[in-house]
Design a protein. Structure first.
Length: 117
């Protein structure tokens, strides 16, 4: 079974989720549960840090689509940062750069929330 972990913390009222390992059909429910907990806690400004994510499948991508509308309905957003070329290519292939802002690093993603305020 693929290993996948999520480490969440907060920075200036923005929740940062650090993904590590392999996000596939077996591990996607973990991410879904994490997103659900964030929304239930009223966290709608999210930065997802992909620095330590080695692989993502279409099942993993589906989790992002599942929650983006709810997050934006509450005037929040999901910003993506630190993707490897391999992970970015999967997002790009499925047209996700049109739907999500993708940043080179976490700091840029955090600053983008301030620039919209």
């Amino acid at each position: 079974m693929s290993e996948f972990t999520i480490d969440a913390h907060e920075h200036d009222q923005i929740r940062i989720l650090n993904l590590k390992g392999y996000l596939d059909a077996h591990t996607a429910p973990q991410l879904e549960t994490s997103f659900q907990k964030e929304l239930e806690s009223g966290h709608y400004k999210l930065v997802i840090n992909f620095r330590d994510l080695n692989y993502i499948s279409s099942a993993g991508l589906g989790v992002f689509m599942q929650f983006i509308e709810e997050v934006r309905k509450h005037e929040g957003d999901i910003k993506l940062a630190n993707m490897s070329k391999r992970v970015y290519n999967v997002f790009d292939l499925l047209g996700f750069p049109v739907l999500f802002e993708i940043f080179e690093d976490e700091k840029e993603a955090l600053l983008s929330f301030q620039n919209k305020s």
